[in-house]
Design a protein. Structure first.
Length: 291
């Protein structure tokens, strides 16, 4: 599947579909929801949270499902999905899971939206399987060079701290010089989640697999679908988002004044920009949302 019917051949699910279920990807059980009516949009959540915390609690699912079929999986290692062991169970397997889900739902293409870790997964997928995507929107994410030595050197230590039952700071805190420190609330939340509310072994394995998600600059220049990045002016990943400009052929960046990594999802400016981008993706696929 995928590509034979062209961009206009997006397969839509049943009208007003509302589904909560599981599927298996390489022996790993993944939980997802699909609800709403219209062109399909798939939302990928961030590190150490779940689709419900990231997209439902923020109100984005409720806002989008009036005009779109909104699909929200829990990434492996997170939420109600399985938590396999070993770094080899993560990394590029996160991309494979998205493709398995699209096939399961009989969708040729989808608009892909990722926040934080989900954004880096989405960007990598844009370089490996652009034919399955009508566009990619990154929220609180962007491009990080694959040779970021500060980040690479921090990963084994972070994994060891997680296995020892210690909470860690947001991943953006370990990106090195040029990245502002994450906000107090974001830091407190990630420390709480990673110490008490996640499977620390699974998340440690995921952390060690993160170099697999790196994207080379040459890969960025070959991306042939629209990419939009939305980031708060106070988000440590602002510079990562701005690095996309001039590297991805069709790329725009929306910087939301005063927003940080978490509050971005609730800002009206970001919501409006997201819906405008999704509408453009739908027009590109030939399946415009209803008014």
């Amino acid at each position: 599947m995928g590509g034979d019917s062209g961009a206009a051949g997006v397969t839509l699910l049943a009208t007003r579909r509302s589904e909560k279920g599981y599927l298996h990807a390489g022996g790993v059980r993944l939980r997802y929801t699909a609800e709403g009516d219209g062109p399909p949009v798939l939302l990928l959540h961030g590190f150490a949270v779940s689709s419900d915390l990231n997209w439902r609690l923020s109100g984005i699912v409720r806002s989008l499902r009036r005009r779109y079929l909104v699909i929200t999986p829990d990434l492996r290692g997170h939420g109600r999905s399985d938590r396999p062991r070993g770094p080899e169970a993560y990394g590029l397997k996160l991309l494979d899971d998205v493709l398995v889900l699209l096939d399961h739902l009989r969708l040729d293409q989808v608009a892909l939206v990722g926040h934080s870790l989900g954004g880096f997964v989405a960007l990598k997928l844009a370089t490996t399987h652009p034919e399955r995507l009508t566009g990619v929107c990154l929220m609180g994410a962007g491009y990080e060079p694959s040779d970021n030595s500060d980040f690479l050197e921090a990963l084994p230590r972070l994994a060891a701290d997680l296995r020892a039952g210690k909470g860690i700071r947001p991943l953006s805190a370990y990106m090195g010089a040029g990245h502002p420190e994450p906000g107090t609330v974001h830091t407190w939340l990630v420390k709480l989640l990673t110490r008490y509310l996640v499977d620390s072994e699974a998340i440690a394995d995921l952390v060690l697999s993160l170099p697999e998600l790196a994207v080379a600059e040459a890969e960025l220049r070959r991306i042939a679908i629209p990419v939009r990045a939305m980031v708060g002016s106070r988000d440590p990943f602002r510079h990562s988002a701005e690095r996309l400009v001039g590297r991805v052929p069709d790329c725009g960046v929306v910087v939301v004044p005063g927003a940080d990594h978490l509050s971005l999802l609730r800002r009206r400016t970001a919501r409006v920009a997201l819906e405008e981008f999704l509408e453009a993706c739908a027009q590109r696929s030939g399946n415009e949302p209803s008014a």
